[in-house]
Design a protein around this ligand. Structure first.
Ligand SMILES: Nc1ncnc2c1ncn2[C@@H]1O[C@H](COP(=O)(O)OP(=O)(O)O)[C@@H](O)[C@H]1O
Ligand SMILES: [Mg+2]
Length: 443
């Protein structure tokens, strides 16, 4: 039992005592029931706090989660996604900016796609074959015309030489690696002729090849060449006959008319030379021309040339000198054509030199055999140096006609040099002389 007593006072005087007693078990019961109630209240408060924390955090992470999801979808190319946030806070602002950004990207993407589509359509519609190669020579892009040219589809990823097996293209691609200028070469794929032009895209080191079909032009060129050969051939006989008759009547003609005969004779000779040179040029331009390659002695060739020009040189009071350097004796080439080349060059040197000497040299320079024909007179103006190798190009028409040239000599020379894989150039100073330099690779 538990007893509690309290005095009852009247002023300072205790007038009674109040006393209460209770069973301990009753108090224990009371405390127990109170403790249970407190525990329940704590539990309820905790659950409410937890629930509150849960909903609060969910409210905070939901928009961020949505932003992450939408950005992921956009990264995968789905630009139709939007961030929709209910709460009017900073995250909603961020969502709004994000949506604007998606719209911006979408319109840019559509623009780029349209441009790409347009470019692809343009490339596809180009009549010329177009192919882009990477640094290894693999095809990155090509158009339908190129596929048609090669008769192979789905070329992307393949090496170019798997489809175009032409050494000239390989050389062009190789050269393009070290060059920044445009290079061209004539090639043949199946029965068609193409002019292949190579360009480099500097930023990516990729090579763009464009193939222009020039088969029709080639055909036309062949027709033209055949025509020239036929006409020249037909003209040769009557001209030779005329020349014969002129020579026959020359002796019997009276003095008064002799000068006319002389003019007719000169012009006939000139016509015969033109016809002869035209035939030679046409034959040299024939794609199927074959060189008759032999090894021949340079000294003997020079000796023969000396004999050929002895008379002409003497009559003009010139000096013709042949010099062979570096102990070269043998040259490999088409002997007849090489002789023709020298005849044309020496003829020009004699023709355009009225005083001095003509020197013909042979020697070795690096991996080349070098021939030079130099003279000591009139020279060639700088502006004409490149063009004198063209057909019928003469520096000064009236001068050339006076000296009876055909304008085809150097064109013949250039063809012969190129057929031997050589190079030709001219150095010249007006009124002091010209030197024609020819380099042939040593085989
Ligand atoms: N050695 C030279 N000296 C000066 N001019 C030259 C020489 N060789 C060629 N030429 C010039 O180049 C032109 C072309 O030469 P070419 O083709 O041989 O024709 P051509 O029949 O007139 O000689 C000539 O007309 C001449 O003006
Ligand atoms: Mg000439």
């Amino acid at each position: 039992m538990l007893y509690v007593a309290l005095p009852i006072k009247d002023g300072d005087k205790i007038i009674g005592v109040s006393r209460i007693s209770m069973f301990i078990t009753d108090i224990d019961n009371l405390i127990n029931s109170l403790r249970d109630k407190i525990l329940v209240v704590i539990l309820i408060v905790m659950i409410i706090a937890l629930l509150f924390a849960f909903f609060f955090s969910r409210n905070l992470t939901r928009p961020i989660k949505q932003l992450v999801e939408v950005s992921r979808a956009v990264a995968h190319g789905d630009f139709d996604q939007k961030v929709v946030l209910k709460n009017n806070d900073e995250l909603k602002l961020l969502g709004g900016s994000f949506n604007n950004m998606i719209n911006e990207i979408k319109s840019l993407f559509t623009q780029v796609n349209n441009q790409k589509l347009e470019l692809n359509n343009i490339i596809a519609s180009i009549q010329e074959g177009l192919v882009v190669l990477d640094q290894l020579g693999k095809i990155v892009l090509c158009n339908q015309s190129f596929e048609k040219m090669t008769d192979v589809e789905s070329l992307t990823g393949k090496f170019y030489w798997e489809t175009v097996r032409d050494t000239k293209v390989a050389t062009l691609v190789k050269k393009m690696g070290n060059s920044s200028t445009n290079l061209t070469s004539e090639i043949q794929i199946k029965d068609e002729y193409y002019l292949c032009s190579a360009n480099q895209i500097n930023s990516k080191k990729e090579i763009v090849l464009i193939f222009y079909n020039i088969s029709d032009l080639k055909k036309l060129e062949n027709i033209k060449r055949d025509f020239v050969v036929n006409v020249s051939h037909e003209l040769r006989t009557p001209l030779t006959v005329i020349k014969g008759y002129i020579e026959t009547i020359e002796d019997d003609i009276d003095k008064k008319n002799l000068k006319y005969i002389e003019i007719i004779k000169n012009h006939t000779n000139r016509l015969i030379s033109i016809v002869q040179d035209l035939m030679t040029v046409s034959q040299l331009e024939d794609n199927h021309i074959k060189l008759n390659l032999t090894e021949f002695n340079i000294e003997k060739l020079f000796h023969d040339l000396n004999i050929t020009f002895e008379q002409k040189v003497k009559s003009k009071n010139l000096n013709l000198v042949f010099i062979i350097n570096d102990n070269i004796q043998i040259f490999q080439g088409d002997e007849f054509k090489i002789e023709q080349m020298f005849i044309n060059l020496i003829e020009n040197a004699i023709r355009y030199t009225e005083k001095g000497e003509i020197i013909v040299r042979a020697g070795v320079e690096g991996s080349f055999i070098k021939f030079e024909v130099s003279d000591t007179r009139i020279g060639i103006p700088d502006k004409d140096k490149e063009r004198i190798f063209e057909r019928f190009y003469t520096v000064d028409k009236s001068r050339s006609r006076q000296i009876a040239g055909t304008g085809l000599g150097l064109s013949i020379v250039k063809h012969i040099v190129l057929l031997h894989n050589g190079k030709i150039c001219v150095k010249s100073v007006l009124n002091s002389g010209s030197t024609f330099i020819i380099l042939f690779p040593i085989i």
